[in-house]
Design a protein around this ligand. Structure first.
Ligand code: G3H
Ligand code: 13P
Ligand code: ZN
Length: 315
């Protein structure tokens, strides 16, 4: 059942975080739905602008509609990840999306507000909710000074002003995470102090953590042992997800880790079966492994086992 992101946030706020998983193909969709049913978790399925452009955007929508029929017990929202204005308007008009993210965080503060407000007005008119972003996500390098690093993080006072002026429904905050497989150097980690201040300014307001893949070292090792060359990769400690949830983080975005599962399965398959060329064989392994991976993530997020409670809330 496709539901509004807002309801999922109401169910989760302050208790656990909803996993927001990016998909690009059928195998990811099947693994994601299976994993969320196996762990009895509500979830958010994310389609990025890049995923919409990968093939025809209608293919992904069609797959999600089909998955909804194949897994009638699933409860999930459909979200546009990192949209620009054009993608947001397109998704709002499509009537298929539960929520859109307008990412104007690279613009000046005032321009970010202006753009976000335009999207909020258009989306709310259609009952669609909006995630916005404030602050700069980026790899935190060890040589960067503390003041330089803080300048990129979300400013808690600005966060309150931004939400008040845009009317957005959730806010992606920069607290030290970054996209991809190379998030930290040395002993850097998340800035829970900043998160705590943001929550104080915005009590009860859903916050979003992008760039939350854990980049498991054993996964990277397996990839490299099967011919990969991913060196110095590092991610977010998944045991911190629940702490973040208690501080208002209600949606946690995970994409890279799923790509690592795909890479490991396919590299190992072709290393161990050089004579094979049937795409369905590694595809089947991937769907199973991806479902297992989703179960593990949902356990860390605390969303595992929440499906029954969410269903009750919806009825
Ligand atoms: O935050 C970005 C997501 O990982 C989506 O990546 O734009 O390559 O689809 P993508
Ligand atoms: P990762 O690259 O850490 O998986 O982050 C994904 C993300 O933030 C999608 O919006
Ligand atoms: Zn992101």
């Amino acid at each position: 059942m496709i539901v509004t992101t807002k309801k999922l946030f109401e169910a989760a706020y302050g208790k656990y975080a909803i996993g927001a998983y990016n998909i690009n193909n059928m195998e990811q969709a099947m693994g994601l739905f299976q994993g969320c049913i196996d762990s009895q978790a509500p979830f958010i399925i994310q389609i990025s602008k890049g995923a919409r452009d990968y093939t025809n955007k209608l293919m992904l929508e069609g797959m999600i509609r089909a998955a909804n029929e194949v897994f009638p017990d699933a409860i999930f929202a459909v979200h546009l990840d990192h949209g620009d204005e054009e993608a947001c308007y397109d998704c709002i008009a499509s009537g298929f999306y539960s929520s859109v993210m307008i990412d104007a965080s690279h613009e000046s503060y005032e321009k970010n507000i202006k753009i976000t407000k335009r999207i909020v007005d258009a989306a709310h008119a259609k009952g669609i909710v909006v995630e916005a972003e404030l602050g700069q996500l980026g790899g935190v390098e060890e040589h960067v000074s503390v003041s330089e690093e803080k300048a990129k993080l979300t400013n808690p006072d600005q966060a309150k002003d931004f939400v008040d002026r845009t009317g957005c429904d959730s806010l992606a905050v920069a607290i030290g995470t970054s996209h991809g497989a190379f998030k930290f150097s040395g002993s850097q980690s998340l800035h829970f102090d900043v998160l705590e201040q943001i929550q104080k300014k915005l009590p009860g307001f859903p916050l979003v953590m992008h760039g939350s893949s854990s980049v498991p070292q054993d996964e990277v090792e397996r990839i490299n042992n099967a011919g990969g060359k991913i060196l110095g990769a590092k991610g977010v400690d998944a045991t911190q997800f629940k702490k973040a949830a208690l501080l208002g983080v209600t949606k946690i975005n995970i994409d890279t880790d799923g790509r690592l599962v795909w890479t490991r399965v396919h590299r190992e398959f072709f290393r161990d079966h050089p004579e094979e060329f049937d795409l369905r064989k590694p595809g089947q392994t991937f769907m199973k492994e991806y479902a297992k991976f989703i179960v593990e993530k949902n356990n860390y997020l605390g969303s595992a086992g929440q499906l029954g409670a969410v269903r009750k809330l919806m009825s």
